[in-house]
Design a protein around this ligand. Sequence first.
Ligand code: SAM
Ligand code: SF4
Length: 443
Amino acid sequence: MKYHIKTFGCQMNVCDSDWLAQALEKRGWEPAAEEDADAILVNTCSVRDKPEQKVYSQLGRLKRDNPRAIVGVGGCVAQQVGERFWERFPQVRLVFGPDGVASVPESLDRLACAPSLRISHLDLFERYPERERVWSELRQPAQRFVTIMQGCDNFCAYCIVPYTRGRQKSRDSAEVLRECEELVGSGVREITLLGQNVNSYGRDGSGSEIGFAELLERVCSIPGLMRVRFTTSHPKDVAPDLIRAFGRLDALCPALHLPLQAGSDRILRRMGRKYTQGDYMRLVEALRSARPDIVLSTDLMVGFPSETEEDFQRTLEVMQRVGFDSSFSFKYSDRPGTRAATMPEKIGEQIKADRLRRLQALQEELTRQSLRALRGKTLQVLVEGAGSRDNGDVRTWRGREPGGRVVNFALPDHRDLIGSMVCVRVDEVKKHSVYGEVVDEPW
Ligand code: SAM
Ligand code: SF4
């Protein structure tokens, strides 16, 4: 039997899809192109309106291109729409929410044998549902994600996540460590700990007796693990022990994704973010004194209800002052059931588009500055995959330096370098990456 997975949205969905692929292969399924697959899983996102519309158009297209395949819909849209998918798209025979992922491989086996069966896994549990171990038997890439928590208790005014992914639940720390150790045992050299708000790990009383800084310390001590990252962090929950960890833990990469959302205190208050521009700037200062080379990235939103040009200028101002290396930026979009959806003073599409364009232009400039500062430096790069500039005998490779920036380089031999560490001296700066020359033997 053959499967195909389509993934939309955040890294949590990417991580779930990764696990699904490996779990299905362990059961004998083979990966295939969409048109040849016996089962197609669509892992969805509903954080903004557009991704949700994309799911509906994908399902319409699948009906036309591969009408015989079993279709399963997972993720946030599945949690919201649930079994109503069956009425609109009869080809959909499996729906699963974020807590139902663990049951999908077995369900697909059952669906393949019973053509009139439909299955839904939409319950949200109080505890993190552990999944079958699938990692150790297959060769792993250099980098892997490990989920440490699910859901969120913050209820930011614009956000649908607490409704679709449920309340926060931390995963048992012993299970997190076991999975990390297994991955390192099978060749992984970098692990990213994943959750909607990893800084509040352990504070929900559902799975762990330790907090995030302690978990981080234990993960960083796993022998053979060279790099650790984590995402996403809420600024209000970055505790002093976590800031100190950046100065203390060798394996912890000097990189932090710290969503700002907006620079205006008035907008931050209406968003329910529970910090001010001043709090955010003090946090950045503390992080930079603990780890001067820390690379900061962020999430930004334009056009939140009632945002004025003056408010928007505060966002640009913080961007300049922090000098973010990169950012994900979005136009505010109404999500049903959230507080912001009921707020009056919605901002027009054109104004939002114009603010987003100006914000992204500034980000391009900041990214350019951050990359230019790397010229002439020698960086330790973990190779993640092939590059795009191959010519005859010379193969190119792509990896990341500790700060998370993409580094490309060429090597005139045919070794497989994926998972290797390489020292690269940067001699060319591109729009979103740098290019350089290898100065040492890969290891
Ligand atoms: N937990 C993270 C945090 O505290 O920032 C973010 C998770 S959220 C799934 C990812 C990003 O999507 C947010 O940081 C926000 O910028 C964006 N986002 C969430 N809801 C949105 C909405 N209604 N409209 C536009 N962007 C939104
Ligand atoms: Fe959404 Fe706020 Fe939770 Fe992030 S912290 S997932 S933005 S509710």
